[in-house]
Design a protein around this ligand. Sequence first.
Ligand code: C2O
Ligand code: CU
Ligand code: CU
Length: 471
Amino acid sequence: SCKKMEDGMEEMMPGEPVPVTEGNFSDALNFPVIQSDNYSLIAQTTNGGVFNSNPVAAYGYQNDALLGPTLKVSSGQPLSVNVQNNLVEPTNIHWHGLTTPENMDGYPTDLIQAGSSFNYNFPVNSRAGMYWYHPHSDKKTGEHTFKGLAGLIIVNDAEESALNLPSGQQELLLVIQDKRISGNTINYAPAETEVITGYMGTYVFVNGVYAPFYSLSTRQYRVRILNGSNARVYHLALSDTASFTVIGSDGGLMATPETVNSILVGPGERVDLIVDFRNYALNSEVFLISKTFDGGIAQGTQEFKIMKFVVSQQEADTFILPAALSSYNVLSESQSTHSRSFDISNPHGTMGHSGHESGMGHNIGGKTFDANRIDEYVTAGAIEVWTFDNSLGEEPHPMHLHGVQFQLLDRAGGRGVIEPWEKGWKDTALLMPKEKVQVIIPFGSSTGKFVFHCHNLEHEDDGMMLNYLIQ
Ligand code: C2O
Ligand code: CU
Ligand code: CU
């Protein structure tokens, strides 16, 4: 732990940025298999993914695959997933972004023991959107997710289907994750300074493939992206600075499209984009990159390439993006009956700040996770405004609530605005250093205990997670 200096101040090196090593973009992008019924996941050790054309030893939900299958389900249908745990330790699954009964949500102490199985079974009432699943066992979420246990959930509904958005070959589901590899094995071993910054990888994988390329045609593509990394924030853009259109975020389609040149995506967040390749010359190459950004001590100092698109086929495309995408209630502050505020500035590891001196790790309002303590009591069906305050903070914190989708009301400090890609339904709100964000949350009617936490998974495992009880 921290070395005490003579004057009693903590000497913590806050952690240097972990530089990304760009690959040569010569391995083809893969897509996880799709399951539309008989959903089944087997947590296991596996050799999967593609790292410089070789598989890596990792965890997975299938044989020879780094990521789990993509689960497709229609809104209104039940989802029943059999999960077998063939690891040598307990694990569980959380359905990030979906609303489930409390006993199906992957609560940190609801575990599937090694050698056992559990049937997760609940109705999917969510809007059409891209959600995801990953383990959520107390203090192990970071390790299990980093080692490869994660997958996508695609929910469809009639409103979205009616838009005839690009689909099939023209719909790309991309999971971006940075990994550390040693000896063709995914290496998860955060040093103390990396508990502070979060554990960042040197190799950026997309769908389990390091530095991939994808060949496409002169058409418009629906590109749906999950930042499935433990801690790394990406400032996504195209290498030729072309603009693209945001059509959705965590909880599905936004009301109207927004045109942007780049987007900042924190761990756990999703964006749904239309990228237009119609005007590219045949054989042109364009990269999905992460640009630099103001990300505190350990993030944002480097621009790097993530994957390569090669425009290799001429094809006609008549798709016209509708001007109206989705209709839903935009919530206003006046509808809220209760507000709560949480200090997440949390200057763990920063010289002279209180958090670490008290021996406390990452915290929310001075508290760390305790499965046996209810931190907030919420009335079923209530609409509330919650404020997360990172005003004094020096690290990004993507704040996530289980069981709900919310809307952003306001951001003060830092970027000072709600970004175009944050206008729809969200389950994770990125707070960069110095920012204070207000969200408005319609709570569900199903009672029980749920968590909310920072989705920097090292922060979460370090205790930056509290309980709320819907009653
Ligand atoms: Cu994806 Cu509790 O998180
Ligand atoms: Cu979640
Ligand atoms: Cu955090």
